[in-house]
Design a protein around this ligand. Structure first.
Ligand code: IVH
Length: 665
C-alpha cells in the first residue's frame, strides 16, 4: 500500500518536473521530452490530485495551460479564451469520447476531422474585413500582441474579399515553418557557422517572438487556420464556415473531412498515421470536432477543454538500440558536435546508424553512456532523435560520459563560450577539418563559386598544396595533375574557375572569408554600408552595432576576426591575387542585355526586385513567362519545374545567378 506521504512526495516531484519541462518548452524553446511523455506526466499528476484533494495547490502546473508570454510584447486579453484540447492515444479512448457525446445529444451529428498542426497557435481578429490584431495563445486568457510580426506572414490575408464576411470575428490557426524553409534556414546557419535549430515547431514559435519583424519576414512562416469565432458566422456547420473562410482568402487545409461516425474518424486517423510523412510540414495528431456549432454550445466546456472536440496524438515511432560509441565532429568554425553511433536499427522505413547529440548540455541531460540501450524516435520531426535511455536495461558498470576536453582532430584544448551551448576548438588556422571546412565554404555557390567538390578540397589539403583559402590562388596545373582523377582538361577547368572567382563581387567575397556569424545577408548589409574591407576592419564594436541589422554578436565576431594575424595575412594575399575587396556600385546603366527578353524564376540571394532592376538598368526586357521569344532564362533556387522544362524544350539559354552577374559585370 502506498501511504499518503508517498503520494504527497510523488505529487511534489511531478509538479517540479512538469514546471521544469514548461520552462524548457515555453521559455527556452528547447523541450527535451516528447509531447506524449509530457502528457503522461500531466495525466498522472491530474489523477493523483483528483484522488487526493487535500494536496490541492492553486499554483500546480495542472491549473494552467502553459504560457508563452514575453514581456517585450503588449499583453492582450482574449475575447474568447484559448483553451486546449483533451488528448487521446487509442481507438478505445475515441470510442469513449463518442459515447460521452451520444449520451448528451439526442439527434444525429457529424464530426469534422482535421490535421493537428504542430506549430504555434495564433488568434487573428478581423474587423470590417481587415486584420486588426494577432495574439499568441499565452496562458489562454491573455497572450502577446504579435500583430506586426504576423503581418509579415504572406499566407495571412490583411484584407478579406468575398461574400458573407462577418463584420467582427476571430479566426484561429497554427503558424508553421515548412520542411523546406526549415532546412534552407539551417543550411544558411551552417554556412554562417551558427548552431542549428532543432525542429520546425520551435523555430516557428521562436520566430514569431522575434523583436524585429523584418527578421520574421525572412523566416517565411506559413499559417493554416482551423476555427472561426464570432456572432454572425455564415453557417452552423464548422466545416462549411472553414470553406467560406477559404473563399475570403485564408489558408484552410485541403485535408479536412466530414465524418458520419466514429469509425470514419478512425479511418481518417489510420490514413494520416502513415501519410503524415508525405506532408511538407509537421503534424502531431488529428483533431476531431463535433461539426454543428449549436451542438458545440450545447456540449460546452469542462474547466480546461471543450467537450465537443478532442485530439488524437500519433504515437511517435520509437525503437530501442544500443549506443555503441560517441564521436565528435569538428565544424568549419571549430564548433564540436557530439554524434551517437548506434547499432543500426530500422525506424519508419530507414536504417538509422547515427543521431546528433547536439551539444554537451544535451548529452548531460540525457545522461547517455556507451553500451546503453537508448530510445530513438522519429516524431513529427525529420531527423531521428535519441530521446532517452532505457534505465531498466542499463548495466551496472557503465560510466557517465564526459564531453571531450581536447579537439579530436588536432588535440588543442577546447573552449566553451559562456553564452553558447557549443564547445569550440580555438585552433582556427591549423585544425584540419576547420581548414577544409573554411575552404569548402569559401568556394561555395554564394561565396566564390569555384567549381570543386569536397573530395578535391580534401585532396588539395592532404597533398599540402592548399592550407588556407589564399593558397588556392597559387595552385599550379602540375600540382593539380598529381591528384587522383585529374587530367589536363579538368585541371585547366579548375584553374579557370579559380581565375573567374576574382570577378566575384565584394559582398560574396566577404561572406566567403568565413567570419563567424556573418551569413550572406549580413555580408551584403556590411558591404553596402561600409563599402570596403578596410572600413570594416577599422570599425570598432560600437560603430558596427550602429549599422542596420548588425547586432552585438556579429559585431564582436567581426572585430575578433580582424584581430588575428593569420586572417590578416590571408586577406592580404587575396588582395594581391586580385579579389574584390571593395563594393562595386553599378550606378550607371549599360546595354549589356540590350534587346534580350529575360524570364526569371525561383529565389535568389538578393530580392527579385533587385534582380529585376539590374536587368532593366542593363537594357534587358523582363517577360513573365517563357516563350519562343525568350532569349535568357535566369534560374534561382527552387525554380518552377514547368518553366524549366519549357525553357529547355525551347532550347533557351539558361543561366544561374552568378553567371548573370558575370554577364552584366
Ligand atoms: S482546435 C478549444 N484544431 O492544438 C480548442 N487546434 O490543444 C480549439 N492545433 O494549441 C483548438 N491543429 O493550437 C484545433 N486543427 C486544429 C489544430 C489545433 C493544431 C493546436 C492548437 C492548440 C492545440 C490544442
Amino acid at each position: 500500500m502506498i501511504n499518503k506521504d508517498q503520494i504527497k512526495l510523488r505529487i511534489e516531484e511531478l509538479r517540479l518536473e512538469i514546471n521544469e519541462h514548461n520552462r524548457l518548452y515555453y521559455v527556452e524553446n528547447k523541450p527535451n521530452i516528447t509531447d506524449i511523455q509530457y502528457d503522461f506526466l500531466i495525466k498522472e499528476l491530474e489523477k493523483l490530485e483528483l484522488e487526493n484533494p487535500e494536496f490541492y495547490d492553486a499554483n500546480s502546473p495542472t491549473q494552467r495551460v502553459g504560457s508563452d508570454i514575453n514581456n517585450q510584447f503588449d499583453q492582450v486579453e482574449h475575447r474568447y479564451s484559448m483553451l486546449s484540447l483533451g488528448n487521446t492515444y487509442s481507438a478505445e479512448e475515441l470510442i469513449n469520447f463518442d459515447n460521452r457525446i451520444r449520451k448528451l445529444i439526442e439527434n444525429d451529428y457529424f464530426y469534422t476531422c482535421e490535421l493537428k498542426f504542430d506549430g504555434a497557435s495564433i488568434s487573428l481578429q478581423y474587423l470590417n474585413g481587415k486584420l486588426k490584431r494577432a495574439v499568441t495563445r499565452g496562458d489562454g486568457i491573455k497572450g502577446d500582441d504579435v500583430t506586426k510580426n504576423v503581418m509579415t506572414i504572406k499566407s495571412i490575408p490583411l484584407v478579406l474579399n468575398g461574400k458573407n464576411i462577418p463584420k467582427n470575428f476571430e479566426i484561429r490557426g497554427e503558424i508553421l515553418m515548412n520542411h523546406q524553409v526549415f532546412e534552407n534556414l539551417n543550411k544558411q546557419r551552417e554556412l554562417a557557422g551558427e548552431s542549428l535549430y532543432a525542429n520546425p515547431r520551435n523555430t516557428a514559435s521562436g520566430s514569431l517572438k522575434l523583436l524585429n519583424s523584418s527578421e520574421v519576414s525572412k523566416r517565411k512562416l506559413d499559417c493554416y487556420l482551423y476555427s472561426l469565432l464570432g456572432e454572425n458566422l455564415p453557417s452552423d456547420s464548422h466545416f462549411e464556415n472553414l470553406q467560406f473562410a477559404k473563399t475570403w482568402g485564408f489558408k484552410i487545409s485541403e485535408h479536412l473531412k466530414k465524418a458520419k461516425n466514429i469509425s470514419e474518424v478512425i479511418e481518417y486517423i489510420n490514413y494520416w498515421n502513415n501519410e503524415r510523412y508525405n506532408l511538407n510540414f509537421d503534424i502531431d495528431g488529428i483533431v476531431i470536432k463535433v461539426d454543428s456549432r449549436h451542438l458545440q454550445d450545447e456540449l460546452g466546456f469542462t474547466s480546461k477543454t471543450p467537450r465537443w472536440a478532442i485530439s488524437y496524438k500519433f504515437k511517435a515511432v520509437r525503437v530501442e538500440t544500443i549506443l555503441e560509441s560517441i564521436s565528435y565532429q569538428v565544424g568549419r568554425t571549430g564548433a564540436i558536435t557530439p554524434v551517437a553511433n548506434l547499432k543500426p536499427v530500422l525506424l519508419a522505413g530507414t536504417t538509422v546508424k547515427r543521431a546528433s547529440l547536439y551539444n554537451s548540455d544535451q548529452m548531460k541531460q540525457l545522461d547517455v553512456r556507451i553500451g546503453d540501450t537508448v530510445f530513438v524516435e522519429k516524431g513529427g520531426e525529420i531527423i531521428p532523435k535519441i530521446i532517452g535511455v532505457n534505465l531498466d536495461k542499463r548495466k551496472a558498470n557503465l560510466l557517465p560520459e564526459n564531453f571531450i576536453a581536447s579537439c579530436p582532430e588536432c588535440g588543442t584544448e577546447l573552449i566553451k563560450i559562456e553564452s553558447e551551448s557549443a564547445h569550440y576548438c580555438p585552433n582556427e588556422a591549423f585544425c584540419p577539418p576547420q581548414i577544409t571546412g573554411k575552404i569548402e565554404h569559401f568556394i561555395s555557390r554564394n561565396a566564390l563559386n569555384i567549381n570543386a567538390g569536397e573530395a578535391t578540397v580534401k585532396a588539395l589539403f592532404e597533398a599540402g598544396f592548399v592550407k588556407n583559402i589564399a593558397d588556392l590562388y597559387s595552385l599550379t596545373k602540375n600540382q593539380i595533375l598529381t591528384l587522383d582523377g585529374f587530367k589536363e582538361k579538368s585541371a585547366l577547368n579548375l584553374l579557370q574557375s579559380i581565375e573567374e572567382s576574382k570577378k566575384i563581387p565584394f559582398e560574396n567575397v566577404l561572406f566567403g572569408i568565413g567570419i563567424r556569424h556573418v551569413g550572406i545577408t549580413s555580408a551584403k548589409k556590411l558591404a553596402k554600408q561600409l563599402k570596403s574591407i578596410e572600413n570594416i576592419k577599422n570599425a570598432d564594436i560600437e560603430q558596427l552595432k550602429e549599422l542596420e541589422d548588425i547586432g552585438e554578436i556579429v559585431a564582436q565576431s567581426i572585430v575578433h576576426f580582424f584581430k588575428s594575424t593569420e586572417n590578416m595575412m590571408v586577406i592580404q594575399r587575396l588582395q594581391i591575387a586580385g579579389l574584390n575587396f571593395e563594393l562595386f556600385e553599378n550606378k550607371g546603366f549599360s546595354d549589356k542585355l540590350s534587346g534580350k527578353n529575360i524570364v526569371i524564376s525561383g529565389t535568389f540571394s538578393i530580392s527579385r526586385d533587385e534582380i529585376k532592376t539590374m536587368i532593366e538598368t542593363n537594357g534587358g526586357k523582363l517577360q513573365s513567362s517563357v516563350s519562343n521569344k525568350t532569349d535568357l532564362f535566369l534560374c534561382g533556387e527552387n525554380v518552377g519545374p514547368s518553366k524549366l522544362e519549357k525553357a529547355s524544350k525551347l532550347n533557351i539559354k539558361t543561366i544561374n545567378e552568378s553567371e548573370f552577374y558575370k554577364l552584366i559585370e
